[in-house]
Ligand binder design. Structure first.
Ligand code: ZN
Length: 274
């Protein structure tokens, strides 16, 4: 089978202090994404930072970054809708309407975030976001932090806010969500409708178990500094590319092939590049 590597280069949280190799500016992110593309990543999950390095939903930053990436390669563009916990519902969708990316994240429920604050995805917001994504032909990537979020997705599927086949991203090991164990991955995967596609990631020490478990179960994988600033228990990641290179090696050794962006578009049912 062909396995999709999604690279999550930046996220909303890691700072240069946590890892000096996290790309923050549009130029840094675009160059980093291109290196990851050459190493086998076929989807780029993107967050933006403001000039102080804080997470932002500023659509001009998204625009600049996406334009730079598109000049270099045809990697599938997947934009976050959750890049700033204080952003309004409107700001969280504005970039989708203007840039019409291939995909965007859809966090299918609310949670206590990192034991410190609220990660709010109200029913009203999720209905609006699903509708916006259908209208602008943006494929939702349903991010799942716990089992209740899978059940929410089934509700929105029934209501027509989401359309089958759904693509899920299991985010395991985030503080406040489900821990990154194989048992949890098997359980969550058992809840999704047949015909769905799915990918998984483990934050921190759950990274390798979830990556290997996902491969063994026929899923796709996400890697990158958004989820892990460490490459091993003791070494900081040198780059996002380093994660992608290791993952591509593992996929090939396992006996799968690394999906190209075009193959990822077919697998995920995305619109083709114009
Ligand atoms: Zn993200």
């Amino acid at each position: 089978m062909k396995t999709i590597i999604t690279v999550a280069t930046t996220g909303a949280w890691p700072t240069k202090k946590d890892n000096p190799n996290v790309p923050l500016t549009p130029k840094e992110i675009a160059n980093d994404v291109y290196e990851c593309y050459k190493a086998g990543a076929s989807v780029a999950h993107l967050h933006m930072r403001d000039d102080e390095g804080k997470g932002t939903m500023d659509k001009e930053k998204f625009r600049e970054t996406v334009e730079l990436i598109k000049k270099k390669c045809d990697i599938v563009i997947n934009l976050t809708t959750s890049g700033d916990l204080n952003a309004t519902d409107e700001t969280r969708q504005a970039h989708l309407k203007e840039l019409r990316p291939d995909m965007a994240s859809y966090d299918c429920g609310s949670m206590n975030w990192a034991h410190s604050t609220l990660f709010l995805n109200t029913p009203k917001f999720l209905e609006e976001l699903g509708t916006t994504m259908q209208e602008y032909n943006v494929k939702p990537e349903i991010e799942i932090f716990d089992a209740g979020m899978v059940y929410n997705s089934l509700y929105y599927l029934k209501k027509g806010i989401l359309k089958a086949p759904i693509h899920y991203q299991f985010v395991l090991g985030a503080a406040g969500g489900t821990t990154a164990t194989l048992e949890n991955l098997v359980y969550l995967k058992s809840l999704i409708p047949s015909g769905s596609t799915w990918s998984a990631l483990g934050v921190g020490k759950g990274h390798m178990p979830i990556l290997l478990g996902s491969l063994a179960m026929g899923g796709h994988v996400r890697v990158g500094i958004e989820d892990n600033v460490m490459y091993t228990k003791t070494e900081l990641a040198e780059s996002n590319k380093q994660f992608v290179e290791r993952t591509a090696r593992i996929i090939r050794e396992f006996g799968n092939e690394v999906a190209t962006p075009d193959e990822a578009r077919t697998i995920l049912g995305l619109k083709k590049e114009a």
